[in-house]
Design a protein around this ligand. Structure first.
Ligand code: 13P
Ligand code: SF4
Length: 304
């Protein structure tokens, strides 16, 4: 089916099914194009909870659709590709959390939203890349356990006086960015500013001009007077950065900044999900309630 026709067909089916299409900032360009709302992982789940529509089509990875199902249990949450997982989320299990608690008794567990519902259910509070330092500093404890991302944890540890213990997980996409790649881009574009996601390794964050979440990158690119930006996160973010800032240039330091799971969802998969109303994501009630508590505690942390 030609591209424009497929877009029209998806929009028609979405209206028929009373569905809202959400796409993460790393999705393919055409998926972001057809989506009602694009955003970061937590923002999209909050949109899922806020909408009046009864069906959510979550174009992202499994843990994101799970978060939507936790925050909007009365809605039908569809994930167009059931095989779109997140290797970092799968690097820790509930047993891993229990192991950390045994090792550091009394320390609260702060879990990045890039985690399964079962892991969130074992945690005290969640955080995102946008609010991680604020969440950790809001806790009364002097010592904290951070899971699953070691890079985000090391970033937090540099910005808090609390003693941090962390799990050794990482995002394979962000973790493979090298200092040599950033320096080569800097040599090609000496006037460019370098913004990096906190999932990048510490040696990358050391040379970044600005460190922020994906949603923070849109704000920074809009507000910063620079004409060129080197972007230290997944390639999908370029679509909207370029659309929103046509006069600015965005450079990816390497073509290896691609998350294969984020690229699985194609327009045909969205169409099929709307036609068949599957695959559907559900979270068992006991896990959902405990995971919700960890998310709600995070949402209650005051903004700066
Ligand atoms: P955010 O969009 O929340 O910054 O997350 C980055 C990420 O890696 C999502 O998979
Ligand atoms: Fe997971 Fe990294 Fe892909 Fe995000 S970019 S889904 S953290 S592997």
């Amino acid at each position: 089916m030609p591209h424009q026709e497929l877009l029209r067909e998806i929009r028609r089916l979405a209206a028929e099914r009373d569905a809202l299409i959400l796409a993460h900032n790393y999705q393919r360009d055409e998926v972001q194009e057809v989506a009602d709302i694009c955003g970061d992982s937590l923002g999209l789940s909050q949109e899922a909870a806020r909408t009046d529509r009864s069906v959510i089509v979550f174009c992202g990875v499994h843990f994101m659709a799970e978060s939507a199902a936790i925050l909007a249990p009365e809605k039908t949450v569809l994930i167009p590709r059931a095989d779109a997982g997140c290797p970092m989320a799968d690097m820790i299990t509930p047993d891993g959390i229990r192991l950390m608690r045994e090792k550091f008794p009394g320390a609260p567990v702060v879990t990045y939203v890039n985690s399964t519902a079962a892991v969130k259910a074992e945690s005290d509070i969640c955080c995102t890349s946008a609010n991680a330092v604020r969440v950790v500093n809001s806790l009364a404890a002097d010592e904290v356990i951070l899971t699953p991302d070691r890079n985000l944890a090391m970033y937090i540890a540099r910005h808090t006086s609390k003693r941090c213990h962390w799990w050794d997980g990482y995002c394979p996409t962000h973790d493979r960015l090298t200092v040599a790649e950033v320096q080569a881009a800097r040599a090609d574009y000496p006037d460019a500013v370098f913004m990096a996601h906190p999932e990048c390794p510490p040696e990358i964050l050391d040379i970044a001009d600005h460190i922020c979440s994906t949603s923070g990158m849109y704000v920074y690119a809009r507000q910063n007077p620079a004409r060129r930006f080197i972007v230290g996160t997944e390639a999908g973010i370029l679509y909207r950065l370029r659309l929103e800032n046509p006069e600015k240039e965005f450079i990816l330091p390497t073509t290896r900044l691609i998350c294969p799971n984020m690229k699985l969802t194609a327009l045909e998969d969205i169409r099929a999900a709307l036609l068949t109303m599957s695959p559907r994501i559900t979270v068992p009630a006991d896990i959902r309630e405990r995971a919700r508590l960890a998310l709600d505690r995070m949402l209650a942390v005051p903004r700066d």
